[in-house]
Ligand binder design. Structure first.
Ligand code: ADP
Ligand code: MG
Length: 351
């Protein structure tokens, strides 16, 4: 088992640079998730670690070993893709053992390793079936089984659940967490889904446009985002942002018609800021001038969608007002210590 280290890793396709000098330390045995919007470079970075994309500049280490120019097959990594191409004419057992067979591994060793992977993935009763007779989730488990039998030092997953339906994705998410607990290997997992990132990761790496925006434990990113992008990316529904201006030791927020005493070191008067408010930290009040444009009831909780006279939108997690309807007028209350401030120009957090 080994950790993974990236030092100033750069990827260019011709003149276009898509990964801009990434420094990152992934610890041995850690479950690390790369998350970010489509096109931000998650797959590219993963494929650079796998050796499937050449690293233009910088260094990639697996354990203490510099693998930057090492052949993919020699890196001790195994990758699971979104589209899992199983051999249709082979059974589950044969699919899982095929890579080892091609590498000349003795038959009894293959048998042992396939049995072990099958036990971990709960595939025992399907070993003699062909892929056509499996569900999507079972097929994906076979694809994961193919990597387990190789005993890699590092597992790489590129959006492995994206082709599954919503319910199955939740099941498989739990399975992958269990897999990590059981085999304890270093795993790097790419997803654009922040819920998957929050629920699976020991460490989340938030990427945007080929840069790391922030690295941290899920709840640290949720509680303490470094910038507006991270604040808005982690959390569902996303954080609300209202414009405000620093004025005599407080933040004036036109949409709320009030000044807020946020307990941070405020910049100078006149500085424009975004006030970040999470839906779950807001409560509806009866006195206010926000227009309810839409309301959703989900059973236990609901969401109210509000619009200020200034045209700014606000989503509120609604526990107290289940009968609320579009057309109503409400205010919001919240603990000012839970308001996040971001500089309007740099989008950096003001702490
Ligand atoms: P993600 O996995 O986060 O959706 P990718 O890593 O696939 O993003 O892509 C990152 C960026 O690199 C994108 O802007 C994409 O267009 C670009 N890119 C990916 N592959 C190539 C390629 N072979 N040639 C040129 N640009 C590419
Ligand atoms: Mg991708």
């Amino acid at each position: 088992m080994s950790g993974v280290t990236l030092e100033k890793a750069i990827k260019r396709y011709g003149d276009v640079q898509v990964i801009h000098g990434v420094d990152l330390q992934i610890e041995e045995g850690e479950f690390c998730v790369f998350v970010g919007p489509s096109g931000c470079g998650k797959s590219t970075l993963l494929r650079m670690i796998a050796g499937l994309e050449e690293t233009t500049d910088g260094t990639i280490k697996i354990g203490a070993r510099d693998v930057t120019r090492v052949d993919p097959a020699e890196r001790g990594v195994a990758m699971v893709f979104q589209t899992y191409a199983l051999y249709p004419h082979m059974t589950v057992r044969e699919n899982m053992g095929f890579g080892l067979k091609m590498n000349g591994v003795p038959a009894d060793t293959i048998k042992e390793k396939v049995a072990e992977a099958s036990r971990i993935l709960k595939l025992d009763e399907y070993l003699d079936r062909k892929p056509a007779a499996l569900s999507g989730g079972q097929r994906q488990r076979v694809a994961i089984g193919r990597t387990i039998v190789r005993g890699p030092e590092v597992f790489l997953f590129d959006e492995p659940l994206s082709n599954l339906d919503a319910e199955l994705r939740v099941d498989m998410r739990v399975e992958i967490a269990r897999l990590h607990n059981e085999i304890g290997a270093t795993m790097i997992y790419v997803t654009h889904d922040q819920v998957e990132a929050m629920t699976l990761a020991d460490k989340i790496v938030i990427l945007r446009a080929g840069h790391i925006e922030q690295v941290g434990k899920p709840m640290d990113l949720y509680n303490d985002p470094d910038n507006k992008f991270v604040g808005g990316f982690i959390g569902s529904p996303p954080m609300n942002f209202l414009t405000g201006t620093v004025k005599v030791g407080a933040v004036h927020v036109p949409s709320l018609g009030q000044s807020i005493n946020v307990p941070v070191t405020l910049p100078s008067d006149g500085t424009e800021v975004f006030v970040g408010l999470r839906p779950e930290h807001l409560s509806l009040t009866s006195d206010g001038t926000l227009n309810v444009t839409h309301a959703e009831a989900l059973g236990g909780i609901g969401y109210a969608y509000l619009m200020s006279d200034q045209g700014e939108k606000l989503v509120v997690e609604n526990r107290e007002d289940p009968g609320i309807q579009a057309g109503a007028t409400r205010g919001v209350s919240f603990d000012p210590a839970r308001a996040y401030l971001f500089d309007a120009k740099t989008e950096a957090r003001i702490r």
